[in-house]
Design a protein around this ligand. Structure first.
Ligand code: BES
Ligand code: ZN
Ligand code: ZN
Length: 486
């Protein structure tokens, strides 16, 4: 997609469509007056008639003889924010007739010019992704150019925003593609290959093999991998800040390319959805991919422990005891609680390789879906300052996240009877928090935040600008977090 800024130019464009956001109660004044003049009073007539109800993301298509005009509802002007601006841009490009190759967008609302630009390219880019890659008659959308009609002095800022939004949308779609890919085509080996494609410039990628993990005594990760014929991979990505920095943020993403549950086998219904159990890992790879564009001032380490969770003949069995790479022992009481097992060795690796701050991201528990549904990501932390920084980043990125409680009592519920830890609490209570408590035992005194995206990583149906399937949840928040640090 090509994005342009055409400063102060309403007439004399050659786009196929004009996208005009309309808020509740709008009259043809300001920007809309210019549009109305261009359309010979048509917009005023439509608004006066009351026939277009400008509810958020509702559209009306007008034929003017020349270019088409798409009105898109923006809801209440005073509720308009970055998230809504993205949704609106996305909904608009999805509603354009298939024949349109180019569109001009009239910016509305009170966002700063750079945020406005970013919202348009990010929202449109994300909206144009469709996961039906294996349909023989799949047709890619024809839209190839969007022009933003910015105010004269705003062009530079809008342009910067457009570039940032495009980098983020491409990364989100890259992560969605990885997560949507079926597990026969997205094994740990495929995931590692995808990660190596982001190497270059300030980013180095290294793929560690089973022998490397054995050398580091990663018994927890290797234990999960035992049931599968596919070799596990530990994907390590490094971004080096331009100037020396004391801060190294480690992003650790769960990379289970398929979760059958192992010997504690899952029921058949919806098991196919477990192909997205590497969504956390995909979000980390996608986030790392944007750093060559954003060049933040801190070092970033991306780690994805990747394996299948299968019930093969060598698989671990309930009651087996594993030893993680820091020497801690874990009794595996349920082989379906495998995410925390692979993350444990990932977190230890991050701490041993200079991480001063940790974020882990995982489709970790069904319990978080019960608690927060599919709208909001659950946030857990051991350090309120670091957690607050993440929550603030989520807000800026327009991703819905909510902090869950974390107290030592929850972590204590994961203490083992015959070992240091057990991988399930043995109680049906507070399943997401006890899972987080298990991870907290490995973060020790390093500031750590855990994102449980089991509910948000996948949309069960088309929702706003996001097509059904993988969503890339958490990626933009992690990027925003490291951009905000120095
Ligand atoms: N991958 C699942 C969690 C999950 C559930 C992700 C639904 C996406 C949607 C995870 O490995 C798992 O199976 N967790 C168990 C833990 C339990 C055995 C303590 C769960 O949540 O049921
Ligand atoms: Zn599982
Ligand atoms: Zn899982």
């Amino acid at each position: 997609m090509q994005y342009d800024v055409s400063a102060g130019k309403m007439a004399g464009r050659d786009t196929d469509a004009l996208i005009v956001p309309v808020f509740e109660g709008d009259k043809p004044a300001g920007k809309l007056e210019e549009v109305d003049a261009l359309l010979g009073g048509l917009l005023g007539k439509v608004l006066d008639s009351g026939e277009f109800e400008p509810k958020l993301n509702k559209t009306m298509l007008l034929h003017t003889g020349g270019e088409r005009v798409l009105l898109i509802g923006g809801g209440k002007r005073k509720e308009h924010d970055f998230d809504k601006a993205q949704q609106l841009a996305g909904a608009a490009v999805r509603a354009l007739p298939g024949i349109c190759r180019s569109a001009a967008f009239v910016p509305r609302g009170d966002l700063a010019p750079q945020a406005q630009g970013q919202a348009v390219s990010e929202g449109a880019g994300i909206a144009l992704f469709r996961p039906d890659f294996y349909k023989s008659d799949r047709k890619d959308p024809k839209l190839e150019r969007i022009e933003l009609l910015a105010g004269k002095g705003d062009a530079k800022a809008v342009e910067r925003g457009l570039e940032d939004g495009q980098a983020l949308a491409e990364a989100v779609n890259f992560a969605r593609r990885l997560a949507d890919e079926p597990s026969n085509l997205m094994t740990p080996t495929h995931l590692a290959e995808a990660a190596t494609t982001i190497a270059g410039g300030p980013i180095a990628v290294q793929v560690l093999e089973r022998e490397d993990m054995e050398r580091m005594s990663m018994g927890s990760l290797l234990g999960v991998a035992k049931g599968s014929d596919e070799p596990p991979k530990l994907i390590v990505m490094r971004y080096k800040a331009p100037k020396k920095s004391k801060v190294t943020v480690a992003l650790v993403g769960k990379g289970i390319t398929f979760d059958t549950g192992g010997i504690s086998l899952k029921p058949a219904t919806h098991m196919d959805e477990m192909k997205t159990d590497m969504s956390g890992g995909a979000a980390v790879i996608g986030a790392m991919r944007t750093l060559a564009h954003f060049r933040p001032d801190v070092n970033v380490l991306g780690i994805v422990p990747a394996t299948e969770n299968m019930p093969g003949g060598h698989a671990i069995k309930p009651g087996d005891v594993l030893r993680a790479s820091n020497g801690k022992t874990i009794e595996v009481l349920n082989t379906d609680a495998e995410g925390r097992l692979v993350l444990a060795d990932g977190i230890i690796y991050a701490r041993n390789h200079g991480a001063t701050h940790l974020v882990d991201i995982a489709t970790l528990t069904g319990a978080i879906v019960t608690a927060l549904g599919k709208i909001t990501t659950g946030v857990f932390g051991n350090n309120q300052e670091w957690t607050d920084q993440l929550l603030a980043a989520a807000k800026r990125a327009g991703e819905k996240m909510w902090q869950m409680p974390m107290f030592q009592e929850y972590a204590d519920m994961m203490k083992g009877d015959i070992s240091d830890l057990k991988n399930i609490s043995g109680s049906t209570e507070a399943g997401s928090i006890t899972a987080a408590g298990f991870l907290m035992a490995f973060a020790e005194d390093t500031p750590w935040v855990h994102l449980d995206i089991a509910g948000t990583a996948r949309a069960g149906k088309d929702r706003g600008y996001m097509a059904k399937g993988a969503t890339g949840a958490g990626l933009r928040t992690m990027v925003e977090l490291v951009r905000g640090l120095s």
